[in-house]
Write a protein of this length. Sequence first.
Lengths: 171, 419
Amino acid sequence: MRKVVDMVVVVWLTEATWPACVAAVRDLVPLEAAVTLLFVADDGVAVAAQGALAGLLGRSTAPGGDPAARVRALADQAGRDLLAAAASEVGREVAVDQRHGRVEREVVRAADGADLLVLARDGDLRRLGPHSLGPATRFVVDHAPCATLLVWPVAAPEIGSIPPPPEPLPR
Amino acid sequence: MSVVGPLVAVVLLVAVLGFAVARPRGLPEAVAAVPAAGLVVVLGAVTPASAWAEIVTLLPVVAFLAAVLVLSHLCDAEGLFAAAGALMARDARGRPQRLLVAVFVVASLVTAVLSLDATVVLLTPVVFATAARAGVRPKPYVYACTHLANSASLLLPVSNLTNLLAFTASGLSFGRFAGLMALPWITVVAIEYVVLRRFFATDLAVGSGGRPVATVTPDVSAVTVAVVLVTLTGFVVASMLGVPPAWAAAVGAVVLAARALARRRTAPGALLAAANLPFGVFVLALGIIVVGVVDSGLGDLLTGLLPAGSSFLALLAIAGVAAVLANLLNNLPAVLLLAPLALTLGGPPAVLAALIGVNVGPNLTYVGSLATLLWRRVLHEHDADANLAEFSALGAWSVPATLLGGVGALWVSLAVLGA
């Protein structure tokens, strides 16, 4: 890693788990680091809405305007709200970066040139193991172009939560 | 009759559907469909008499469509969808899985009563906003809306334009249609729930971060909600009692329109726009073109491929062919094409099986594969980059399962209630 003063940190925020990432920045990232909060809206959502509308042929326009455009606008607004809430809680000057597209690929692209990527586990946390990382998070962890800090969105599990090793096969 | 005429009908159908999806310069689809319908008549693929007969058959369907579109617009203008959003948010209190249940209940009912258009056009944005405000990931809920718009549209003849077309062809009563389709409706919705719950397990497991959920009190009075609900119930009950659905929906629309206009919740121009009369003209023209396609020999070809009777396997085969056609073309021409053929092969049960196919089938491509190509172009214009493989994978799980489950439930209904 470079000197702390030059350190570039990207923090990938998603719905629900972002407070854990913000807490990690507060507690673990040096104050001198340049921090960017990142939110990527999944285009798949607007695409699904758009496809269903296209299926209606000419009935797809409501008097209130194009519903797919409404979904896109709502997605942009939700991203801005989330970034604003996180920026106000992080307790330091940060930059924000709002993107849309294929989430996992955009995150990796956004982390290009960074020293550290902060992200949260987002899978099934009741059964620890491979499934405690969702598919997008798995991709990001596998392909991140820098060091990653993977935080728990809930209290970290006790060491005793690891299941016992499998019994050796009987001879 | 020349050989050229019938062949032309098939070519024109594809061209008209392509135009309907692409809508160059935002032109209504009737711009292409009406001249095309004229052409099939002029070329002798359809006689003027059978073209006129098709128009007379389809007019009540088109009148109903206009009335129910106005009814949906009025429900939206009165704030009913926003109220549903607030209700779902309050019920779920930030619990993602509970919100999924609430969305399923609301989307299934809205689709059944106000048709799939209302779910896709009016409910989906509300559901997205509800999920975003609750701090949960919106994707599973938006997919729930788009899937249920198709698969929860099995219950009533008014739930889908395809239902009305098949209902008109089948000769069933409103009550009998609803009685036979109740079990398939419940079954298909339950299967969709299981599939979505598993498919989006990760997104549904993350919760809402334990933050207080922003609540929005919608600008809608209890009186308004009551008036709207009584009107909708009256419309469904009147249809059950034998009042033509177009009249029942029109009376409901007039009641709500009078109130909404008096309270300045909508304007006459918005009501006219909501009725979407050019689309009604498109349906009439499409009907004539499809008559040409059926007479082109494609009808005989399909009849030869399909099994006769109403055994479980025969019904499943018809539903399967219907689902394939709905994906190749679009569900509107698919049902126009298949409903009369199914009626001769297996009577009303076969028509209902075809309907299950054309209604749940589109969850594989939504628009028909022809149109999917154009849809991709639209996405490109909006600079949207999405994983269409995920979309297809969800359809690949849910469509075969809902087809099988829906037809199985129909077969049970027929056995219990009598064919």
